[in-house]
Design a protein around this ligand. Sequence first.
Ligand code: ITT
Length: 187
Amino acid sequence: MKKIYFITSNKGKLVEAQKKFSEIGIEVVQNNIGYPEIQADSLEEVAFFGVEHVLKNFKSPFILEDAGLFIDTLKGFPGVYSAYVFHTVGCDGVLKLMNDTKVKDRIAVFRSVFAYGKSDLKPHLFIGECKGVISIVKRGNNGFGYDPIFIPQNSDKTFAEMNISEKNSYSHRGKSLEKLIDFFKKI
Ligand code: ITT
């Protein structure tokens, strides 16, 4: 079985990628060497610089991903700061910020940017988005991160109320992984 390294500290992302890649017979192996997440205006920049950094020390082809939750009424916050906000105030903190916000104004988008790194190539980026709304309260026990407070369009469940396949069928990561898999089929 062919394999690809996924540079990530996040087990939740890993299992979602493993599920998708298993469909084309590729094993996804976690590597937790890490990379500095630069302070930037976009996920694309963070992923691009992540690849450049990892390439200095890691010789096998790999993928990495930067993701974020962009809430309309908060002007895109937490966005590129999603990891920091999650580790400090978490889902409860985000719900509190949106305390007085009516359902129709709770629109948000999850974005995922995967990058493929290989020593003789410029980083290739694969982008996926999932529109939805922020729930009023946390719901569900599956998944990770902001999953208990995000309801994707065309569903009434939060991501945390879905299994991995169902989440992948709606999610930002499911979409960016589809593009990445198309690319893998070609190379
Ligand atoms: P890496 O090691 O891969 O960077 P991370 O958890 O730091 O893992 P990100 O910076 O890409 O990942 O993610 C930013 C935050 O957004 C982080 O707190 C995640 O838990 C959260 N997040 C990302 N994707 C998510 C998803 O599909 N569902 C819920 N929360 C998500």
